[in-house]
Design a binder for this molecule. Structure first.
Ligand code: BES
Ligand code: MG
Ligand code: ZN
Length: 485
């Protein structure tokens, strides 16, 4: 199902069937007096006497063709609350019957600028569904028409939210695609398609990766008949050569575990093991669409982790791009191998202001934080503070977790510079992050977001109806807007 928001609606000859009005916490109708008819006014006033005014919405069926929705804007709401409110309104959209809804800006009374835009953004994000592979796909289109002359949504705001929505939906589409469709070859092709949005795309295929010495990435992908890639996306919004901000993503298109094979139950979930990279791709698309005044680079490592005659073995030793050697003790700890090379490469090639990587890296982070917080690991307090602040603002929550040199002994190896798992057990997410930190060679401020619990939602969340969430696109866009633009 999809929703199209018609921002430039001029009232024409359509019969307004579904009218959305904003009221204050007390559901006072005073701002509606001049907008609705006197009979509607007294009808609603009467019904309000017996209504639960604690609710967010009250619905009044005027006749078979006309419904009035009152949306209560409680005191001291934040922008993220308005977004959630818009998302909650989604359950009132009747895809079977109603095509047109009209949201009336004249009824808004709030210090939040562009309040309706936040509301509509939440509604739009919640409406996303992935049903490309249902042959009975009765796709219905609903129009939300924005009417009224006061509290107009600014053009900048329209552009901002549209860009975010397209970026998030692109990320969600990528995460939702099954492993047989979105393998690394196809994924690289789809990213190449972002050239038309003004991104500079560079695709490093296996031949190039070999030349560069990216054996950690190559080792993970060598059991697959598909290629392995590192793809860079550059957005030069400042039109100069100042240092970019950098985002790095784990793109394991499917993670069987490799020779250290995962159990069958829930293995199908591992189609979303590329969600970190999808967030980076969605973020970059968003930056290009809204022509962000920032220099940014996205780097993703795309592989498929398969068992097979040529697959990597437990005990193998590989030399990473950094020159450091890694003993592979478990082929299922593959994300850190992909990120290791991607991080060293990004730091060396782009000399970024900071690097943030996103990865569905460990099951252990789900044990710690469930599906409420992503784990934040960082070598930099300033970057962490900025991230924690914006995470509150957009309600994509983060919880800072420790890094400490004392964890290092758990990943030191007898046979190589390090090993890819902690055999002693415990602190699974931290040892993974501690492993990644070894590949930051020039003290670049760096943050690692372990999003294993956030990328996919079984039950749906505030701004999604279940499935791929696109977690991180709004977070990192806000980070850029608040601190780097
Ligand atoms: N992709 C998984 C982590 C994961 C688990 C993501 C559940 C989303 C949901 C990762 O590659 C992995 O397999 N990690 C292992 C590491 C272990 C072998 C040290 C894990 O978490 O069990
Ligand atoms: Mg794995
Ligand atoms: Zn994985």
């Amino acid at each position: 199902m999809s929703i199209k928001i018609n921002y430039s609606f001029k009232s024409g000859n359509k019969v307004p069937a579904n009218l959305i009005y904003f009221v204050d916490e007390d559901f006072s109708l005073k701002r509606l007096e001049k907008i609705i008819s006197s009979s509607e006014f007294s009808y609603i006033s009467d019904l309000l006497k017996n209504s639960d005014l604690k609710k967010n919405f009250l619905v009044f069926r005027i006749n078979s063709k006309k419904t009035i929705y009152l949306v209560s804007i409680k005191k001291n709401l934040k922008t993220s609350d308005i977004e959630s409110l818009g998302a909650k309104f989604h359950k009132y959209i009747d895809y079977k019957k109603d095509k047109d809804y009209f949201i009336n800006l004249d009824t808004i009374n709030s210090r939040i600028e562009n309040l309706a835009a936040y509301f509509l953004h939440g509604l739009k994000l919640k409406s996303y569904e992935f049903n490309l592979y249902k042959s009975k796909n009765n796709e219905k289109l609903i129009f939300i028409n924005v009417i009224g002359s006061k509290n107009k949504i600014t053009v900048e705001s329209i552009i901002r939210f549209k860009a975010l929505e397209e970026g998030i939906f692109f990320a969600r589409d990528l995460v939702s695609e099954p492993g047989n469709i979105l393998h690394p070859d196809e994924y690289a092709k789809r990213i190449r398609g972002l050239k038309k949005n003004g991104l500079k795309i560079n695709i490093y295929d296996e031949k190039k990766l070999k030349k560069l010495g990216m054996n950690a990435v190559l080792g993970v992908g060598q059991g697959s008949i598909r290629g392995s890639y590192l793809v860079t996306m550059e957005w030069n919004g400042l039109k100069n050569s100042s240092k970019p901000v950098a985002f790095v993503g784990k793109g394991v298109c499917f993670d069987t575990g490799g020779i250290s094979l995962k159990p069958a139950k829930f293995m199908e979930d591992m189609t979303y093991d590329m969600a970190g990279s999808a967030t980076v791709v969605g973020l970059m698309k968003n930056l290009a669409l809204r022509k962000a005044k920032v220099n940014a680079v996205g780097v993703v490592g795309l592989v498929e982790n398969m068992p097979g005659g040529n697959a990597q073995r437990p005990g193998d030793i590989v030399k990473s791009y950094s020159g450091k050697t890694i003993e592979i003790l478990n082929t299922d700890a593959e994300g850190r191998l992909v990120l290791a090379d991607a991080l060293s490469f990004t730091e060396k090639k782009f000399k970024p202001k900071f690097m943030i990587d996103l990865a569905t890296l460990t099951g252990a982070i789900i044990v710690s934080l469930g599906s409420e917080y992503a784990g934040l690991f960082s070598n930099d307090d300033k970057l962490s503070k900025q991230l924690l602040e914006v995470s509150e603002k957009v309600d994509e929550k983060l919880w800072r977790m420790p890094l400490h040199k004392n964890f290092d002994k758990l990943i030191d190896s007898k046979n190589a510079d390090m090993q890819n798992i902690n055999y002693v057990g415990g602190a699974g997410s931290t040892t993974a992050a501690q492993f990644l930190q070894r590949f930051i060679l020039n003290k670049t401020p760096w943050a690692h977001l372990d999003i294993a619990g956030m990328a996919f939602s079984k039950y749906g969340g505030a701004l999604n109806s279940g499935g791929a969430t696109g977690y991180g696109v709004r977070l990192l866009n806000q980070l850029i807007e608040d601190h780097y633009e």
